[in-house]
Each structure stands twice: as C-alpha cells, then as structure tokens.
Design a protein around this ligand. Structure first.
Ligand code: AMP
Ligand code: MG
Length: 485
C-alpha cells in the first residue's frame, strides 16, 4: 500500500543547499514569463515521484508556476556561473543564459530533485541571446529526456512543457516555450572549470566537497576521497557514453559545459539517433568538422574528462589523475561490448566474441540495415528464425556465425527472445517523430501525447503506432537540425 502524501504545489518546500555553502556560484535573477501560457504536457511519472497531486494540473497556478510567474514561500530565482570548452576552445564565461534555478525539493523517500526553468528569460549570462527557448527545441528536449530515461540511460528529466504566444527570432520566427527540467543535480564540468580558472580556490574546494558529500556519499569519509570521486566520474561518464553508442544516440554538442558531473545526459540540442550504423554520422549541421560525430563521442568523453582533471589538479596528484584517465578506454570498451552482446542475446563470454562483434558491426555498415529495426527483428528471430530484410551475402554470413555462437548459450530461445525484446527498443526518437509532434503541437496536441507515451515505453509493441517504428518517410528525409534553439 502506497501511503505517501500527495502534495499541493503550495506545499512544495524549496531549498538550495549548494547556494548556502557556495553563494558565489549564483546570481539572483528575475523571470520573464511567456505571454498567454498554455500547458502542453506533463510527465505524470515524474509528477508522481515528486509526490505532487495530479489534481494540481487542473489549476491555473500550475501553469503560472511553470511560467515563473508564481510567488512562493522560500523560492528565490537564481542562475549559475560556469565556463567550458566549446568545440575545443575555452570560453571563460558561459553560465545559465536561459536557465533559472528554482531550488530543490525532497520527497518522502528523501530523494532530492533540483527544479530549473529553461527559457524563462534573460539572465546576466545571456550574452547575445534572448534567454528564450523555442517550441521546437523544447519539445525535442522534453521527448528526448523521457525517452532516454525509458531506455535506462542516465539523464536529466522534464516535468512539464508550456508554450506562449511570444515570437522568438531564430533562422525564422518561432514561438516560445518553457520546460521545467528536473535533476538530482545540474552541476556540469564547466562549474568546476569556472572556479579553477578564475583562481577561486576556496570556492572550488567548497564545490568539490559539496559534490562528494551529497552525490558521492560513499567516498565522503575516505582518506582518498578526491581520487575516488574522480574515478567515479570517469566511470559514470564512460558508461554513459557506452550506453549512447549502444542505442545509437548522438548528443551533438559535447562541450564541457554540457557534461554532467553525475554522468547524466544533459542539454539536449541538435541530438539525433542513427538510422544505419554510421560512425561518421553528424547530427548537428553546424558541426562542420564533425568533432561531435557519432563515432567521435567516446574519445570526446575522455577529452572532456581530461579538462575536468585539469580543474581538479589541486586535489589529485598528477599520477592519480593520469592513472584514472587511463582507465577510461577499458571501462568504456567492457561496457560497450557487454551492451552489444546483450543486444544480440549473448550472455556467456567466449574468446571469439570480440571478433564476432566487430563482424556484426561491419555487416551493419555494409548492409546499411536500420540499426534499431535490425536488433528488434533479431529479438523475434530467436523463435521465428526468419528476418524480413532483403537477403545479402553479408547478412547470410552473419546469420551462419550467429547460429554457431547461439549454440554456445544456455538460455532457451524463448527466454532469450523475451530478454532481447526488453533490451532492443522497437521505437527510438527519430528526428521525424519529434518533427511530427512539433508540427501538431498547437492544432492537434494529442499527437505529441501519443508520441510521448510510445517513446516512454519503447519496448512495447504499440501495434496501432507501427509506422513510428520505421525510418523516416520520404517527406521527412533530410531534416536538418542545427544548434539554434
Ligand atoms: P548550449 O549550446 O545550449 O549548451 O548553450 C551554450 C551557452 O549559451 C550557455 O551559456 C547557454 O546558457 C547560452 N545560451 C544558449 N541559448 C541561449 C539563449 N537563447 N539565450 C541566452 N543564452 C543562451
Ligand atoms: Mg548547454
């Protein structure tokens, strides 16, 4: 029996532990609410974890809250300083240019949630920007964060999305939106870089200690806490990147300010999922050099960790930093192999596995089969022993070797099928799905609700939405996604 109390919005108790100990990271700001705000969607699962009463959604105060337009006891709006390497170049001052921290709330289980409005207006860090977010990119972030969560990939989340009648100027005139983002912490590598590079050593120590004491508690009392903390960040990051590679997710803008200290996916921009397995795939059309191409992500993860290591060098001896960073490729490799093998329904370890995985990926490159569809069909293949893809010598050769390898497994084929169907999603957030939600958000928002449901349960069959499991129809081929958001 679940006896947790359901809270009214007005009962939310906001605090900001980090600001108490580290006030120099924050500046107080004011929001700029949208005109004529309309609540588009709320993530009920997250609402439930926050223990908010769903009846609150009916009230206009909920939309006003999301619009940064509601006074609250103890609620102080603030934005944070951070810096970071953007496309390899250090930018000393970035900061929350359009994110406003509301503070954190704690549920009855003692879980902490930081709440942040994205797109609620100018802050001292807005530079040339307008502090706003467009409906297009907000819907993309809203859908993607729920989707990655459903794919068991660590990520920040989003509680709700509103849109307004304000015009926002990008390549064309668009409409404004605000997303209420939720995360255990929004700390980025760039926060640590900021204090390190501005020589605010006392502040940096407070930030590092706060991070360990609150998010890496298991090392809090250890004499080697700083090294263990860094090792843990390296491990979480390597595993996050392995998870991205295994589902075919390309983030698009892996600057160090877009790297979460908790190893979460953060700051969804021009992200994309690969259709066919293509290491050269570039999802961000502004990334002309392909620095953040799909295949470059794993080494970029290490490069970013090296920058974090430099920011932490007053806490960790050089040899420990180096040894820790050197562990990244192996952690990544082991995790990526494990995830790929799971996708293939292989649970035992065989000496030939490494070679077989390479061959599998090479087959996917040469046949250009749809990555997601291939693994989904392979899950059913365990019992049907047929695939619907056009036959090719590469695929035939693969299946022969695959059958041989399967014969070494102990799991029954029906059990393997069940496991594989829970590992290989039927649906992924292909750009065209987000585009359909975007095109319909105002005239037919039900489409967005449906896409949200499907992507939040991507392993289910959803036969009524079969078409959304397929690659983009012709009309939506060659959608271009840029940094502008
Ligand atoms: P991003 O590329 O979204 O990670 O953002 C990089 C930096 O630009 C961060 O400091 C953001 O806060 C800032 N920024 C991005 N878009 C805007 C905007 N429309 N208004 C103000 N600041 C922005
Ligand atoms: Mg960012």
């Amino acid at each position: 029996m679940n006896t947790k109390p359901l809270l009214k919005l007005a009962d939310l108790n906001f605090s900001n532990r980090l600001k108490k100990v580290c006030p120099h990271l924050f500046v107080q700001v004011a929001s700029t609410p949208l005109k004529n705000p309309v609540l588009l969607h709320t993530n009920l699962d997250l609402l439930n974890r926050l223990e908010l009463d769903p009846r609150e959604l009916e009230k206009s105060s909920f939309t006003r809250f999301l619009n940064g337009d509601l006074d609250f006891e103890g609620l102080i709006f603030s934005s944070t300083y951070y810096s970071g390497h953007q496309f390899g170049y250090y930018v000393p001052r970035l900061g929350d240019g359009r994110a406003i921290m509301l503070g954190e709330v704690v549920n009855s289980k003692g879980e902490h949630f930081e709440l942040q409005l994205k797109g609620a207006g100018l802050t001292p860090f807005s530079r040339m920007g307008d502090g706003k977010a467009v409906v297009r990119s907000s819907i993309r972030e809203y859908l993607a964060s729920a989707h990655l969560k459903a794919l068991n990939i660590p990520t920040t989340e989003a509680l709700a999305i509103i849109h307004g009648s304000d015009d926002v100027y990008r390549e064309v005139v668009e409409k404004a939106a605000i997303v209420l983002r939720v995360s255990e912490s929004f700390l980025r590598f760039g926060h640590f870089q900021y204090f390190a590079n501005t020589k605010q050593e006392a502040e940096l120590k407070i930030l590092v200690d706060f991070t360990i004491d609150n998010y890496f508690k298991e090392f809090a009392d250890h004499p080697n806490r700083y090294v263990l903390f860094f090792q843990s960040v390296v491990k979480k990051t390597a595993k996050l990147f392995a998870a991205w590679q295994s589902v075919g997710f390309a983030h698009g803008v892996l600057n160090t300010d877009n790297m979460s200290i908790l190893g979460l996916t953060i700051d969804y921009g021009p992200f994309g999922f690969i259709d066919n397995f293509d290491l050269d795939h570039i999802c961000n059309h502004s990334d002309h050099e392909g620095r953040y191409s799909f295949g470059n992500q794993p080494p970029i993860g290490l490069w970013n960790l090296e920058q974090l290591g430099i920011a932490l060098q007053s806490f960790i001896k050089e040899e420990d930093l180096k040894r820790t960073l050197d562990s990244y490729p192996l952690i990544f490799h082991v995790e990526y192999r494990r995830l790929l093998k799971e996708k293939l329904g292989l649970y035992k370890n065989e000496a030939s596995d490494e070679e077989f995985l390479k061959k599998t990926l090479n087959m996917l490159v040469s046949t250009k089969l749809d990555y997601t569809q291939f693994f989904r069909e392979l899950s059913h293949y365990q019992t049907t022993k047929t695939l619907t893809f056009p036959s090719s010598p590469e695929l035939t050769a693969f299946l022969i070797q695959y059958e041989e390898r399967l014969s070494l497994e102990k799991t029954a084929s029906t059990d393997r099928q069940i496991k594989m169907l829970a590992t290989n999603p039927k649906f992924i957030l292909r750009n065209y799905l987000a585009q359909i939600a975007i095109e319909n958000y105002d005239s037919n928002p039900v489409v967005l609700f449906q896409i949200f449901e499907v992507l939040s349960h991507p392993y289910e069959e959803w036969t009524e939405f079969e078409e959304w499991s397929r690659p983009a129809p012709i009309k939506y081929k060659n959608l271009s996604v840029s940094c502008s958001s």
